[in-house]
Write a protein that binds this ligand. Structure first.
Ligand code: GLN
Length: 538
């Protein structure tokens, strides 16, 4: 029998509800339970696939090809379990389904209403996901803040749901801001009280209140919240700021979160803290530092590259070295200033992206990396950049480009024949695909396996028309689809790590199990730094 945990947020957005949900997921997984998670987003977009990364951060891609909210990435990284398309539900998707059913006559002429039609759709989504995943625990995070008009159908749906499956099988956690007023040097509980009152007016009584503040708000405030909000004293849990995201599960455990959650849900499994301790040790025992330049066009908003940053963090733990990120706006890079712009970078990473803006600067950065043997890691667009750079500067195809950027020129990257003429939405390659790895390559050295599986999210591909020419000039094709047809990874034999991959390896990286390419890349950054330090000393 599945038990359900619902996490809501109060007072302000951006409180790290997702981290609380993912941390609890981790703590329950460490008690040997099978945990699944889902996120409900009250906005009207059908999925986050078409949303601007500057506004909404990265789109996290699941193995089955779902384009989901970036919080889902935290769940996967924290719990180590792969999620699915069903893990993300937006108001847009709910309304879309309901309206389609109405058009198909499925409601048999009834008046179609928020209650029960929209709420029923939400409820069936929760139970379907629980059934499909066969999980012991289903954690559902409701996006937005209590009081928003948009999230009301979701709150109503979870209220009804708790009655249907039995209140004792459900746990409501409300994460709220407890502001600190520096003038009077005190924490204030009133916003929490108001938020809980609002939640209760919708029929949901929280079992646990997680208070978010930088420091510890203190016993007196917790007692006050417990008393005014009708929860037991030990069910008010402090969620304070930690210096590293992955320390949040331990902090919340020490503050009692999983213990009270298990008491309420009558779970008696024992907790194994060893993996958490080992991870914290690897985080705290790093020595020295390397600098990685991230050359992209969304550098102003780091959330656009959240999983890439996390991949580098994981690689920093597994290599025992701090990784400094140097954000370089590709639009500002020119042939003249590239050396100056990338000064101090021990490795260069060009992440994924869409559209023409800033690509010339990325090509210049890639050329700089190849010619100066600075480790280069190109992800998706970054791989396509490395093919264009090689075609232009090594194979003499001066006008080499991608079909995405130009109608004319030599399109070394282009749509595949079977994609041409289709609508944009239908042509994206999404989700996990197998990739055959050539031995004696950077890619093989990273994975040590001949067949790997990584996730994709792109429309354009390496153009096979230029495959013979480019390989005859020295481009190494280190990964392909199992039938050899689609090029998935390219390398330049320049004596260091120079690898471009058509997939997004960042989506499978985990804090305890760094994605092999990220690990290998940072390893080479370390070697590169050491070699330079050695050269400078001589
Ligand atoms: N814009 C490129 C494509 O559609 C690359 C996409 C990406 O980097 N995710 O193929």
């Amino acid at each position: 029998m599945t038990k359900y945990i619902f996490v809501t947020g109060g007072v302000v957005s951006g409180l790290g509800k997702g981290i609380v949900a993912a941390s609890l997921g981790k703590l329950l997984a460490l008690r040997g339970l099978k945990v699944a998670a889902q996120k409900f987003d009250p906005y009207m977009n059908v999925d986050p696939g078409t949303m601007n990364p500057i506004q909404h951060g990265e789109v996290f891609v699941t193995d089955d090809g779902g384009e989901t909210d970036l919080d889902l990435g935290h769940y996967e990284r924290f719990t180590g379990h792969n999620l699915t398309k069903l893990s993300n539900l937006t108001s847009g998707k709910v309304f879309w389904t309901v309206l389609n059913k109405e058009r198909e006559g499925k409601y048999l002429g009834q008046t179609v209403q928020i209650i029960p039609h929209v709420t029923n759709e939400i409820k069936s989504f929760i139970s379907e996901n629980a059934k499909l995943t066969g999980s012991d625990i289903m954690i559902t995070e409701i996006g937005g803040t209590i009081g928003d008009i948009e999230s009301q159908p979701f709150i109503e749906a979870i209220r009804q749901f708790s009655f249907e499956v039995g209140r004792e099988n459900c746990l409501f956690i409300h994460v709220c801001l407890v502001p600190y007023i520096s003038g009077s040097d005190e924490y204030k509980s009133k916003p929490v009280q108001h938020s809980v009152k609002e939640l209760q007016s919708m029929g949901v009584r929280p079992d646990i209140i997680v208070t978010r503040s930088d420091g510890d708000c203190g016993e007196a405030i917790r007692e006050k919240i417990a008393c005014f909000c009708n929860v037991e004293k030990d069910c008010v849990i402090s969620n304070t700021t930690v210096d590293c995201l992955y320390k949040a599960p331990m902090m919340l455990h020490e503050n009692g979160l999983d213990a009270v959650a298990c008491r309420k849900l009558k779970i008696r499994n024992k907790l194994d803290l060893k993996p958490l301790k080992a991870l914290i040790k690897s985080i705290d025992s790093r020595k020295g530092e390397v600098t990685v330049a991230i050359v992209g066009k969304y550098v102003a908003l780091h959330d656009s590259y959240l999983s890439v940053i996390e991949g580098l963090n994981h690689a920093s733990y597994s290599n025992g070295v701090h990784v400094n990120l140097m954000w370089v706006d590709s639009e500002e890079i020119t042939e003249e200033n590239v050396k100056e712009k990338l000064k101090g970078a021990d490795g260069i990473l060009v992440p994924g992206g869409f559209g023409k803006r800033g690509i010339e600067g990325m090509i210049t950065a890639c050329k700089y990396a190849r010619e100066n043997a600075v480790p280069y890691f190109g992800i998706c667009l970054g791989m396509q950049i490395s093919v264009m750079e090689f075609a232009r500067n090594v194979a003499g195809l001066k006008d080499a480009t991608s079909g995405e950027f130009s109608e004319t020129g030599t399109k070394v990257i282009d749509l595949m024949d079977d994609q041409i003429g289709k609508k944009k939405g239908g042509t994206m390659r999404l989700g996990g695909y197998p990739c055959k790895v050539e031995e004696n390559t950077n890619l093989y050295r990273a994975y040590g396996e001949k067949l790997i599986r990584e996730r994709h999210r792109h429309r354009y591909e390496f153009n096979n028309e230029y495959r013979d020419l480019l390989t005859s000039k020295g481009l190494v094709i280190s990964g392909t689809s199992p039938d050899g047809h689609i090029v998935e990874a390219v390398e330049a034999n320049n004596g260091t790590f120079f690898l471009g991959v058509q997939f997004h390896p960042e989506f499978t990286s985990r804090p305890e199990k760094t994605n092999p390419i990220f690990h290998e890349f940072v390893k080479y950054c370390k070697l590169n730094k050491k070699a330079h330090e050695g050269a400078n000393r001589k």
